[in-house]
Write a protein that binds this ligand. Structure first.
Ligand SMILES: Cc1cc2nc3c(=O)[nH]c(=O)nc-3n(C[C@H](O)[C@H](O)[C@H](O)COP(=O)(O)OP(=O)(O)OC[C@H]3O[C@@H](n4cnc5c(N)ncnc54)[C@H](O)[C@@H]3O)c2cc1C
Length: 384
């Protein structure tokens, strides 16, 4: 993938910033409170091409690089983190198809996915397989020209509104090591696939997260990604590197929004006869918050640049996701402290930032798992 010229990057970021200011931020509180899906914003995002940011132009996408992709996620998350959820696992599906799909699969699905006419989800997690993905029990059994899928997937974001589901299932449950028995299939919604009710989340509201139940669900064999069994784990882990970059970028966006609210409030609010921004204790907090955000953003860009070059970036994406999500939780709490009592009210967006922040610690692999991924990569790098 080529790096996006600075002019083109700035142009799309200006458009996204304007969209966030005029449409996303004003609608966020209502959607968050009522936990309703933002159909209208999704239509607008389709028009802006945001469903195909990194999809190559020959398949109808914008063909932009991962740094631009991450900066778009950051801008969107500043207005409302949930809106990035509509694009998150969708982007993992498009990335996996663009990099591991056959030519026929790319031609068949990527253009509609890039337009947002078809939207995507990732179905990986199960009751006994979250961090330990290889323990998944959903089975796709080959019968003639189709697979028959049975299993239950939990916590599937976009599960209700997606048209295509990137499913991880075992085509060889006896394989050793178990991850070699996992394949990735594109499932089009239809008979045999039931969508359960949305789960009730602390934050990240408005975007659907639900259970998907597969009961003798027929999937054409031609929907096996890359037409090769046993490659699903590696294919989806590649997609998750991009996913971790986008989660880290969301964390930077939410932290930035919280910081900007705090620094403005600190200059307005007076105690002991002067703005609280004159108190050194507040200044130290502001300096710490801004430094952490900047460091997180640089880690995001570092990981995104490596992904653009087509290089493995599990270490960099893991570090960006780990650090950005941890500082996001700290910064949103500090912003609340700076606001005093009003920071605790649902009247301001701060409470939402604070509720949204932990998703980035858990989603796309918990931070404990990120540390394992980083350590494994370091041990490879420094192998004796
Ligand atoms: C809002 C939301 C949206 C989601 N969206 C999706 C989605 O779209 N698609 C999807 O497939 N999944 C999705 N998930 C699932 C998410 O990826 C998992 O919840 C996550 O990977 C953790 O898995 P788990 O919940 O089973 O936790 P567990 O794996 O049970 O982990 C529990 C705790 O143990 C720790 N732990 C586990 N193993 C180790 C270890 N080896 N060493 C140290 N600590 C360990 C974990 O870090 C965690 O603290 C979503 C989750 C949420 C909350």
């Amino acid at each position: 993938m080529n790096q996006t010229p600075v002019d083109a990057r700035n142009q799309i970021l200006a458009v996204v910033r304007d969209f966030v200011k005029r449409e996303v931020a004003p609608a966020a509180a209502d959607h968050d409170r009522s936990d309703t899906y933002p159909h209208q914003l999704v239509e607008r995002m389709k028009g802006l091409g945001l469903f195909g940011v990194t999809t190559p132009e020959e398949y109808g996408g914008l063909g932009l690089d991962f740094t631009t992709f991450a900066l778009i996620f950051e801008e969107l998350a500043k207005g409302w983190m949930s809106i990035t959820g509509v694009l998150g696992t969708h982007s993992i599906l498009t990335h996996v198809l663009a990099n591991h799909g056959s030519e026929a699969q790319k031609r068949r699905w990527l253009p509609a996915l890039a337009r947002g006419d078809k939207r995507g989800a990732l179905a990986m997690t199960e009751a006994n397989a979250g961090s330990d993905v290889a323990a998944l029990e959903t089975v796709a059994q080959r019968r003639g020209d189709r697979y028959v899928v049975n299993g239950r997937k939990l916590f599937i974001t976009n599960g209700r509104n997606a048209d295509l589901v990137l499913l991880m299932a075992k085509t060889n449950p006896a394989a050793q090591p178990p991850h070699r028995g996992i394949s990735a299939l594109v499932v089009e919604k239809g008979p045999g696939l039931t969508v359960g009710p949305n789960v009730n989340k602390l934050g990240y509201r408005g975007v659907d997260t639900c259970e998907l139940l597969f009961q003798d669900c027929p999937v054409p064999a031609e929907n096996l990604v890359g037409h090769e069994e046993g490659r699903g784990f590696r294919q989806v882990m590649d997609g998750l590197e991009a996913g971790r970059v986008n989660i880290a970028a969301r964390a930077v966006g939410v932290a930035t929004a919280a910081f900007e609210a705090a620094i403005r409030y600190a200059q307005r609010r007076e105690t002991f006869g002067q703005p609280i921004s004159n108190h050194q204790a507040i200044q130290l907090m502001l300096a710490d918050m801004a430094t952490k955000i900047r460091a997180a953003r640089l880690l995001v860009i570092d990981a995104a640049e490596k992904k653009t070059l087509g290089q493995r970036c599990d270490q960099e994406a893991g570090m960006a996701k780990l650090y950005a999500s941890e500082i996001c939780a700290q910064v949103t709490l500090d912003a609340m402290r700076i606001h005093g009592g009003v920071g605790y009210l649902e009247d301001l967006p701060l409470a939402r930032y604070y509720r949204d922040a932990p998703l980035m610690i858990i989603g796309e692999g918990t931070n404990e798992i990120q540390k394992l991924v980083i350590a494994r990569s370091l041990l490879r790098q420094y192998a004796l």
